[in-house]
Design a protein around this ligand. Structure first.
Ligand code: HEC
Length: 233
């Protein structure tokens, strides 16, 4: 069985035996846990298509960690968890709305915005460079008497108040503290409340891990929608 399959199924016992020394005594589960993979409800490791080379990478990273470091959060890991992104000043000025999505399970409308740097790169057929920023505004759908979202003219639900924001931003050097396995070039990720204050309790390792499969599209899942917006007349 390939290592990727083993990790995807979270059957880490084989791995923990073969790589235990390399990880400075940490089991694969402990290693992943410290990187924040199991925090919250999301088992982000499911989202990763890990190759054998990726596993070697992870091992190499953990080999640099002191033995027994599973009981203490090292400064390196603390650095990964914390996002460098701050809420963009003057938002939505300088941003383009490229998509609105009705989220059925949450009665939420997600309005997705990209800044001019990111949009220009996509328009030119290039990867999104440092300086790119994406912000998703999550708005509560306006509910009718039947407690169901009210449809708007454009196919999206009518919106009520802002619930909060999701963001990703790339800046030079921001990826260097992130283990290669979950690095998204220089992207950092953050959640903000309705008041635009960062939710500092968020561990961005989870965001990074889950966005890895979108690597070929600058780590942006809705890349095709930005392309459509960029090329629309
Ligand atoms: C379980 C996997 C998963 C996790 C965890 C995750 N994302 Fe995403 N994210 C997605 C998917 C899939 C989309 C595109 C679909 C959508 O719009 O809902 C997306 C879309 C986004 C977008 C819009 C740009 C894009 O890629 O389409 C932003 C910004 C974003 N996520 C931020 C975050 C932040 C911040 C976190 C961590 C707090 C996070 N994500 C965690 C899967 C994930």
């Amino acid at each position: 069985m390939k290592a990727s399959v083993i990790v995807a199924q979270l059957s880490t016992s084989v791995l923990s035996q073969s790589n235990r020394t390399a990880r400075g005594g940490l089991s694969a589960t402990q290693a992943l846990e410290q990187a924040g993979f199991f925090a919250g409800k999301v088992h982000a490791a499911h989202c990763l298509a890990l190759s054998d080379a990726d596993i070697d990478n992870l091992s190499a990273f953990w080999a640099g960690q002191p033995a027994g470091s599973d009981t203490t959060v090292t400064p390196e890991i603390a650095a990964v968890k914390k996002s460098k992104m701050t809420f963009p000043k003057d938002f939505p000025k300088g941003f383009t709305l490229y998509a609105s999505v009705n989220k059925e399970d949450q009665a939420t409308v997600a309005q997705q915005y990209v800044n001019s740097v990111g949009l220009a790169a996509v328009k030119a057929g290039k990867p999104m460079p440092d300086g790119s920023v994406i912000v998703v505004v999550n708005l509560a759908a306006k509910l009718g008497a039947d407690k169901k979202p009210i449809a708007g003219k454009d196919g999206n639900w009518q919106t009520d108040t802002i619930k909060g924001y999701e963001g990703m931003e790339a800046r030079a050097g921001w990826g260097k503290d992130v283990p290669e396995l979950i690095r998204n070039v220089n992207w950092n990720y953050a959640l903000f409340g309705a008041d635009k204050a960062p939710k500092t309790e968020v561990n961005q390792a989870i965001c990074l891990a889950c966005h890895v499969p979108a690597a070929k599209n600058s780590y942006v899942f809705s890349f095709a929608k930005i392309q459509a917006k960029a090329t629309a007349k």
